[in-house]
Write a protein that binds this ligand. Structure first.
Ligand code: ZN
Length: 281
């Protein structure tokens, strides 16, 4: 059951769904305008968010995309308001326009390695039999950074990149000290093995640490992360990035070093993160 969460007077979001890979959809509400964050993974998803917003008299005026992965853009057909995105995102959407999402085409792309089973399964589950996807092209493109004045509330959309997707953008709301991370903090899933690279991860953490934020919204996390939680994540990423290079991808040695530093057994999440760095080495 997806519900609309009120983070503050100016920020609401619709909770994610793991099974069908529905990401969080957000709305930043200013005195003049409202910015919607991401289009959703289907027309149904986009429609649900719109209906939930309407219940609270919120209407979107503009929409910004965090990146071009299917689960963030398949709802575009239903949007009908100006869409903002990074140039790379625009080109990816354009490249997706002629693709078929029917079983044979999806299965073939999984076979070729241009699609991954994780996404193909979620697409089948979310869309059911109707796989006619229309992807209207976004209206407003930017290269590095774009600032939107919503009326006493500002949104800074910035290209950040990283392992997950080269076109990843974040949306920062300085007045609320809130940072929408999209999927930028997640691993590269479009690879044989899910992975982080030491170089990209270090760069990403450095960029993210520059933002003065108290609340971080990761698109597939059930709840926003606090400053403290994100600081722990940044530390883990930096430790892994250093250790994977130092120990030349030797998993056992990296685990040993991190457990020694923490002076306790490593958590599932820490072990998984180390594994992703080893995969990317
Ligand atoms: Zn993604």
């Amino acid at each position: 059951m997806q519900t609309l969460q009120h983070l503050s007077k100016h920020i609401v979001y619709l909770t994610p769904v793991q099974e069908t890979d529905r990401p969080i959809l957000g709305a930043v509400i200013g005195n003049k305008k409202t910015l919607i964050i991401d289009a959703g993974n289907s027309v149904q998803h986009a429609r649900l968010f719109q209906a939930e917003l309407h219940k609270h008299d919120i209407t979107g005026d503009l929409l910004a995309l965090t990146h071009s992965h299917w689960d963030h853009v398949f709802g575009l057909e239903h949007i009908g308001i100006p869409v903002i995105c990074h140039e790379k995102t625009y080109h990816h959407i354009k490249a997706m326009q002629p693709l078929s999402w029917e079983d044979p085409a999806l299965d073939q792309r999984v076979e070729e390695g241009t699609e991954i089973p994780f996404c193909a399964d979620a697409i089948k589950l979310e869309l059911g039999k109707n796989r006619e996807i229309t992807l209207p092209l976004p209206d407003i493109l930017f290269d590095e950074k774009l600032t939107i004045d919503l009326g006493d509330i500002t949104c800074v959309i910035e290209h950040i990149g990283g392992d997950h997707a080269k076109d990843s953008c974040i949306i920062y709301v300085p007045e609320e000290k809130t940072l929408f991370l999209g999927d930028c903090f997640y691993a590269n899933l479009y690879a044989e093995k899910w992975n982080y690279t030491a170089e990209q991860a270090s760069l990403l953490v450095k960029k993210l640490e520059a933002y003065d934020a108290d609340t971080y919204i990761l698109s597939h996390h059930d709840k926003p992360c606090t400053k403290q939680e994100m600081e722990a994540e940044f530390t883990l990423m930096k430790q892994c990035a250093n250790a994977v290079v130092e120990h030349r991808g030797n998993k056992a040695k990296i685990e040993q070093e991190l457990a020694k530093e923490a002076n306790r057994e490593l958590t599932e999440h820490e072990l998984e993160t180390i594994g992703f760095f080893v995969n990317g080495y």
